[in-house]
Design a protein around this ligand. Sequence first.
Ligand code: RAM
Length: 354
Amino acid sequence: MEFPTFPRGRTLRRAAATVAALATVTLVASGCALTAGSDDASSGSGSGGTESIAFVPKQLNNPYTDVVLGGGEEASKAIGYDYSVVGPLEASASSQVTFLNTLTQQGTNVIVIAANDPDAVGPALKEARDGGAKIVAFDSDTNPDYRDVFVSQVEAKDVALIQIRQMSEQIGGQGDIAILSATANATNQNEWIKYIQEEVDTNPDYAGITIVSTVYGDDDDAKSFQEAQGLLQANPDLKGIISPTTVGIAATARYLSTSEYKGKVALTGLGLPNEMREFVKDGTVTAFALWDPAQLGEVAAYAGQALVDGTITGEEGDTFTAGDLGERTVGADGIVIVGPPTEFTADNIDDYDF
Ligand code: RAM
């Protein structure tokens, strides 16, 4: 399957937006909650818009989150909404609930959430909706009962297909592989892993491949590093690791790069080019994939506006315009697809800056 690439010129602009977003991060409470955003630092509202949009990522201290939020902030400003970010520092199942409750109390108009668990956030989101908020899930879906739309980076199955194909190519279609995922409850990773397993079970091209283990680094760098080390110790014949998380793949690459397995055990998955560049250049990694994370934040903000305006309700076939990214259509199950995945190799990695 051929995947088109997204326009490269965008990436430099996005990186700049991310730096701007980070520059406005301020600590608000208890060492576990951060907010970034509004031009009016005193109140978190009043920067010109009458509507408010709050992004609740899986976790704040994740470089992937920063890039997504760069796009979210830019689009929120473009539509004149008051923008803020709140969320936990770790991606455990119920870690987002208190933040959602606060947003509901504040009367936030649009909540954009990447769910750490499809159901743990359910009651809090229901309360937010009862209070009039529109709910946009992005990156990692909630149970569909709790949101209006899900803005998905790429078709979930395509994310799986690209990773298993890259792995198969690198190990010659033969051998034991393992998966090093994010948290055990993450909706997005679990969906991708389900399709990877399905391919291995049913696609004759992958008949020689066996997934011998799935472990969870919890999108924590140190834990992911340890899990990678543990996988190799427990499975000396392992031919490759698929890590469908930017945190996991970077930590695994770091482990492999100084180990005896460098260049011998294949590593593919989803990574940020800026985090993976050195490992592509030193021969630890041959190919991996991702999409443009900033576009995900951008489309999510425009979807929120379209819900508030009544342009869409989340029904299949609804359409809205996502700024200069153009028209998007709500598909089955309220899912909006952002764009294609891109494969990164030594040949193109220097063309990307995020
Ligand atoms: C990590 C997170 C995120 C996922 C990316 C690919 O940063 O788990 O949810 O979409 O990887």
